[in-house]
Design a protein around this ligand. Structure first.
Ligand code: TRP
Ligand code: ZN
Ligand code: CA
Length: 450
C-alpha cells in the first residue's frame, strides 16, 4: 500500500558544455572542471544517489501467506524441518522466483537425521564483488503453520524479490535473496550456508538483511541495532511515515542474521516481537494491547493466517523494498561543472565583510536545487566567521553562522544550497565576515559545482 513519505530523489545533473568565463575582479583562476570527488545526491549526502523503491503490493504478500497456510494444512499442520510441509514451501517459493527470472539454487544439508534445504535466489547483474543479501527462515516449528514465524518474513522477502523482477532492476550491487531451513533447530541452514561459502565469496557479501517475524498480531516496530547503514535505511523509512521504532532487544542472535554476523558480515533487520510483553509505553505509541505478548501464538498451533497484523506486515514489506533499493542501487551522480576562484582574499579581523567572485556563463535556466558550494577558508578560530553565498541578484544564502564556542581552525567543507530560484548565469560571490577580534584568516579558494 502507499504511504505518505518522501521519496528519494534520483537526480543527476545534466552535463553542459564547458563555457568560457568572463574575467571578474579578484578572480585569477576560474574554469569549469569536473570535480575529482563529487558529492552525490540521494539518501546519503556524501554517498550516492539511489532509485526509489516501488510500493510492495500487500495483497501479493497475503497471498503467499495463504499458500503457506494451505501447505501446512495439507501436510499435517506444519512446515517444519524434515516434514513434507517444509519442502513444499521451498517448492512454492522457488517456482515463483524461477518464473520471475531468478537463478535459484537449493542447497541441501542434513540435520537431526533429515535433509534440510536452503533456497538461494540470485538476480542476474550487479557488481559480483558487492553482494547485498536479504533473507528469512522458511521453516516453522512442528506445532503450527508458522505464518507469523516466519511466513511473514518469507513472504515479504519473496514479494520484494518479485518486485525487483517486475522493475527489471539494474542494481549497482548484486542482489541475492535467501530462505533458510531449520532455523527453529538453531539457525542450522543459515550457518551451513555461511560456513560453506568460500572465504573469497564471504568477503563479497556487503550486507545481510534478516526478516523474522514481521507481522506480529500485537506488533512492535523493532530495528536491529547492528550495521549502522542498514539500521539507518530502516529508521529513515519509518521516520518518513511517522512511526517510531525501537531497537530490537528480544534476544539478539536468535535468528539467521547471527550466522552472518559471526562471520563478520554487516547485518540488520526488522522484527515485530515474539513472546515478550508489550509495555504500556509501547502500546501508547504503537497501539495494540499492553500487558500482552507481541505474538501470543508464538510457536503455537494458532500461528495461522489470523495471527497477522496487516499494517505491520505491509509496512515491513515496504521497508524491506526500500532497503534493497537504497542499499542496492546507489550510483554515483556524474560530476558537475565547477567554477572556482583560487585567489586569496584576506578577512580583516572583526571587520567588514569581504567577497570573492566567480562568474558563471553559458548555462541555461536556473541553478540546481542542490548547488554545491565548496569552501576553503583558512582561519585560526572559525567561530568568528559568518559565511554567505550571494546569488547573482544579491540574494544571500547563509552557509555558516558565527559561534563563540567553535574554536576549531578553518572552514573546509562543501555546503549544499537550494538555489533553484536563482538564475545560473551571473556573478556569484562568497561573502565572509569576521565578527570577533583576535583570530584572523583568509579565503583560500572556493567553488560552485552545478
Ligand atoms: N527467531 C526466533 C524464532 O524463530 C524468534 C525471535 C526471537 C527473534 N527473538 C528474535 C527473531 C529477535 C528476530 C529477532 O523462534
Ligand atoms: Zn520461531
Ligand atoms: Ca577574529
Amino acid at each position: 500500500m502507499t504511504h505518505p513519505r518522501s521519496s528519494l530523489p534520483t537526480t543527476s545533473s545534466a552535463r553542459l558544455a564547458a563555457v568560457a568565463l568572463a574575467a571578474v575582479t579578484g578572480l585569477i583562476a576560474a574554469s569549469p572542471a569536473a570535480t575529482a570527488a563529487p558529492d552525490r545526491i540521494g539518501a546519503d549526502a556524501t554517498g550516492a544517489g539511489t532509485l526509489a523503491a516501488p510500493d510492495i503490493p500487500f495483497a501479493n504478500v497475503k497471498a503467499h501467506l495463504t499458500q503457506f497456510q494451505s501447505i501446512a494444512t495439507a501436510n499435517g499442520g506444519n512446515r517444519a524441518h524434515g516434514r513434507p510441509g517444509y519442502k513444499a514451501s521451498v517448492d512454492y517459493v522457488k517456482a515463483k522466483l524461477d518464473a520471475a527470472g531468478f537463478t535459484t539454487t537449493v542447497q541441501q544439508f542434513t540435520q537431526s537425521g533429515s535433509t534440510g534445504y536452503n533456497l538461494i535466489a540470485d538476480w542476474p547483474g550487479g557488481d559480483p564483488d558487492q553482494v547485498l543479501m536479504a533473507g528469512a527462515h522458511l521453516d516453522s516449528v512442528s506445532s503450527g503453520a508458522g505464518i507469523n514465524d516466519n511466513g511473514s518474513g518469507s513472504a515479504a522477502v519473496l514479494e520484494t524479490a518479485l518486485a525487483v523482477s517486475r522493475a527489471q532492476l539494474q542494481p549497482t550491487k548484486h542482489l541475492r535473496f535467501a530462505w533458510w531451513g531449520a532455523e527453529e533447530l538453531g539457525l542450522i541452514g543459515s550457518r551451513y550456508y555461511v560456513n560453506n561459502l568460500p572465504a573469497a565469496e564471504r568477503a563479497k557479501v556487503s550486507g545481510y538483511v534478516n526478516l523474522d517475524m514481521v507481522g506480529s498480531p500485537n506488533p512492535g516496530y523493532f530495528v536491529y541495532d547492528d550495521d549502522p547503514a542498514i539500521e539507518k535505511v530502516f529508521k529513515d523509512w519509518y521516520a518518513g511515515i511517522g512511526v517510531p521504532t525501537e531497537i530490537e532487544t528480544e534476544g539478539d542472535g536468535r535468528s539467521d542474521h547471527a550466522s552472518f554476523k559471526n562471520a563478520g558480515i554487516p547485518v540488520g533487520g526488522l522484527f515485530t516481537g515474539a513472546s515478550r510483553t508489550k509495555t504500556a509505553a509501547q502500546a501508547a505509541k504503537w497501539g495494540g494491547t499492553s500487558g500482552q505478548a507481541f505474538d501470543r501464538c508464538y510457536h503455537s498451533s494458532c500461528d495461522s493466517t489470523t495471527n497477522i497484523d496487516d499494517t505491520a506486515l505491509d509496512r515491513n514489506s515496504d521497508a524491506l523494498a526500500h532497503a534493497v533499493w537504497t542499499l542496492g542501487t546507489s550510483q554515483p551522480v556524474p560530476p558537475g561543472d565547477s567554477y572556482e576562484n583560487t585567489a586569496d582574499v584576506a578577512i580583516p579581523d572583526n571587520g567588514p565583510a569581504v567577497t570573492s567572485a566567480v562568474a558563471v556563463a553559458g548555462r541555461t535556466g536556473n541553478a540546481p536545487a542542490a548547488l554545491r558550494v565548496g569552501v576553503d577558508i583558512k582561519h585560526t578560530w572559525r567561530g568568528d566567521l559568518v559565511v554567505d553565498l550571494l546569488a547573482p541578484d544579491g540574494t544571500a544564502y547563509r552557509l555558516k553562522n558565527s559561534s563563540s564556542s567553535d574554536s576549531a581552525d578553518d572552514v573546509i567543507t562543501t555546503y549544499t544550497v537550494d538555489a533553484s530560484s536563482e538564475t545560473a548565469n551571473g556573478t556569484w560571490r562568497l561573502r565572509v565576515q569576521d565578527v570577533a577580534s583576535r583570530d584572523t584568516g583568509y579565503i583560500d579558494s572556493w567553488k560552485l559545482t552545478f
